[in-house]
Ligand binder design. Structure first.
Ligand SMILES: C[S@@+](CC[C@H](N)C(=O)[O-])C[C@H]1O[C@@H](n2cnc3c(N)ncnc32)[C@H](O)[C@@H]1O
Length: 337
């Protein structure tokens, strides 16, 4: 869903956090999985700060960046209330004002998937990460209720809607973004249970609070088809969720991409602006495109092997105490793919 508006202005509209807090468990789990005390951690597109605050509370040195001042203000208050020390930066995630290789962990929960140039975004993530460090990115899978929202809305928008999100939500697409970058990739699909009082409360909160849906509504209402689209969204949630006693539960799958930056002696990156433009040039080069295809092809046997290895699944299960803590709010049903 493209917009000519600047990202900061766009994401300050409505009330992203009202619904976003309902899937904050995905960010919390990401921080628990990948950050350690003393790590230098960057949360890109931090929004209301769930990942950053969790990582800081666990003892990491956290920098969190977002374009939206309103969400950063909320994140600051939340961090202060939690006693978590985080350095907040208002900036564009596609050109981060930070030195190369300054972070042990670079993470983005449902954030960098909005970058208009996903290849340049992948390059920027790798530039920021230390050799041997980890990059972790979350994106809704295309088949999930949230992943299906953009194509649904696209059927009602004059230009069909433009969304780069799918580039981050399928392993083969992500592998293309990181092709030729010095990383080793692995993928896990997890599920977060998003809970509202009832189905209508879910639809109301999304269409009235989510900045993308506010924009969609203003574009579709003049066509006279808004109620049809709203009914389509309700149906999407209804078929993917379940009404239980006093609540509506929507299980939403997301892809967790983990990119480990190689320790190898050759680091092909020489600064974000240079490397981003160089990589765009490489993508246009036919030889490189063939190598991307080869890299994707080579990935498949490794993925199949992981899928059939039950130890891989066990490794991704949360410890029993943690699983018990989150049983009501959210469930992680990780599948290595
Ligand atoms: C779906 S929200 C995710 C927020 C948070 N990480 C979470 O999981 O709740 C997307 C976030 O990306 C941020 N964002 C989008 N484009 C951006 C850009 N170009 N630079 C910085 N932040 C951006 C928005 O402001 C918003 O906070």
């Amino acid at each position: 869903m493209g917009t000519a508006m600047q990202p900061g202005e766009f994401w300050s509209k409505g009330d992203y956090a009202a619904a976003g807090d309902r899937w904050a468990e995905a960010s919390v789990r990401l921080a628990e999985t990948y950050t350690r005390p003393g790590n230098e951690v960057l949360d890109l597109a931090c929004g209301p700060g769930a990942f950053a605050i969790e990582a800081a509370e666990a003892g990491a040195k956290v920098t969190a960046l977002d374009a939206a001042g309103a969400l950063l203000d909320l994140a600051r208050v939340r961090a202060e209330n939690a006693g978590a020390a985080v350095e907040w930066i208002q900036a564009d995630m596609t050109a981060v004002p930070a030195d190369d290789a300054g972070f042990d962990v670079v993470a983005s929960a449902f954030g960098c998937m909005f970058a208009p140039d996903p290849v340049a975004m992948a390059t920027e993530l790798v530039r920021l990460c230390r050799k041997g460090g980890r990059i972790a990115v979350l994106a809704w899978t295309p088949e999930s209720a949230f992943g299906a929202m953009a194509p649904l809305a696209g059927r009602f928008l004059p230009n069909g809607g433009v969304s780069p999100v799918e580039r981050w939500s399928r392993p083969e697409n992500v592998a293309e973004l990181f092709a030729d970058l010095p990383v080793r990739l692995s993928f896990t699909v997890r599920t977060v249970d998003v809970v509202w009082d009832d189905l209508d409360a879910a639809v109301d909160e999304i269409v009235n609070g989510n900045p993308a849906w506010i924009m969609i509504r203003s574009a579709v209402e003049p066509t006279g088809r808004w109620e049809e689209l709203r009914a389509g969204l309700r149906e999407l949630f209804a078929v993917n969720g379940k009404t239980e006693e006093h609540r509506f539960v929507l299980p939403v799958d997301y892809l967790e991409t983990l990119a480990r930056k190689r320790l190898g002696p050759v680091d092909q990156l020489h600064g974000s602006a240079h490397s981003a433009s160089a990589r765009r040039g490489q993508q246009r080069d036919r030889g490189r495109v063939r190598r991307v295809a080869f890299a994707c092809h080579r990935l498949e046997p490794a993925l199949r092997q992981e899928r059939s290895d039950p130890r891989q699944e066990r490794r991704t299960q949360p410890p029993p105490a943690e699983a018990a803590r989150h049983r009501d709010q959210a469930q992680a049903r990780p599948r290595r793919i």
